[in-house]
Write a protein that binds this ligand. Sequence first.
Ligand code: C5P
Length: 282
Amino acid sequence: MTGTLTLDSFAKINRSLLVRGKRPDGFHELDTLFSTIDLSDRLTFKKAGTTTLTCSDAALPVGPENLVVKAVRKLQELWGFAGGLEIHLEKRIPWGAGLGGGSSNAAVTLLASARIFSPSVSRESLHPVALELGSDVPFFLLGGSARGQGRGERLRPVASGPDEPVVLLIPPFRLSTPEVFRTLGAGPIQGTPGPTDLPDQNDLEVPAGKLKPEIHRYLRSLLDSKARQARMSGSGSCLFGIYGSPSEADEAARGLSELHPECRFAVTRTVGRTEYEARAVP
Ligand code: C5P
């Protein structure tokens, strides 16, 4: 490859998230429905002597702890290629928000590194490395809508209909995923996952609300704004509403921003697998 490779790295929402219990390895057994949304970071990759990362957001750590850097290093250990990548991350997805920004960046970096250093490698073979990087990373190798079980890595694509309008409510605080799971205080796994549709719920809303009671107030406002569905995404802090039309979503965002001037709002839509493949997969 010559020159640079530029890819979009999309955010996700969890349309539903059930926690089935705590596993012996300390992770929680989940049953969730992921959908990618049209809010994305942009990653630029260029072959270089060593791997370096720069980011438009000075507050984001860009050292070896960053999942983007970890992704390249892991593949380098596995494949033993020489050299590295000069990577720039244009950050737009709020972090600590349950939108999967870091996981998405990691998955796109795996796809880009494979393309640059080992083009014959299949996307499926990146799955175990993706899971080592984080529970949500395998989903971003796929995109669109998918049901995720286990830690979220046992994925089944779900046919996504037409794109749906989404309003994101971004609170003025972040939530820590381990802290939200700890606050849930789940017992061991119970029952077996049903084959049927997931109920409309997110079991992490209760512990998130214990840490930040405003979560419940924001959820109520979204429901009152005529959202067809309103939930927290992942372990929060971001919440979303799904609307019947783009104009309903615009109107809801206007009303909500008057009600909650301390929050930020973004009007967006779900992104199906075809568009994901075109914009995020090299
Ligand atoms: O896998 P990931 O690094 O995203 O997980 C971050 C933390 O969130 C884990 O260390 C764990 O505390 C919690 N977690 C969990 N069960 C999951 C996913 C995450 O307990 N399925």
